[in-house]
Ligand binder design. Sequence first.
Ligand code: FES
Length: 211
Amino acid sequence: MTHPFTAPAFPASNPDTGRHDAERRQWLLATTAMGCAATAAVTVPLVASFAPSERAKAQGASVQVEIGDIQPGEVKVVEWRGQPIWVMRRTPEMLAQLDGMTDLADPDSQKKQQPSYATNTHRSIMPEVLVTVGICTHLGCSPVTLNEGTANPSVPADWKGGFFCPCHGSTFDFAGRVFNNKPAPTNLLVPPHKYLADNTLLIGEDDDAAG
Ligand code: FES
């Protein structure tokens, strides 16, 4: 059974001060943690702290992430430019579902900016490792993970697993591709990133000439 998750109110915008940015960042990170924690008991375990590193605190700094400790089905959350970045190691079953997914709004990630390595079915460099910004592209809530077989009534009975945004009901598959007729206008964004080694990611830089 999946825990329900209700997001707290989004902080009001205050363009006159820098306080809004700090509040918004805290809110996004907190709701990400809550969302992952809410589902962790029965679905996706949260691997690591999302506490920002010193490098991440510096605006624009790239963030190095070790991913060898992420087990299949788990998500590690790190901060990059004040945003929660999800690094998910998908299971073979999750990957198999992506190939046959239908009713997607942008299955080939042609809308908005997306690096070339996000335009395949799994939207990633390594098929099993999803790297995405954990923020809904509608109004900025943090989606939660719902696996196949969830009892959550917000998704259809034939739900194959993916992400669900509790704010207005947008749904995404495990590649972050949004389903048709949802408020979110685009797929979850894939940040620039590259591998420094098999188990070492660098988020914030890539070698994608088209990106
Ligand atoms: S913020 Fe996600 S559906 Fe509206």
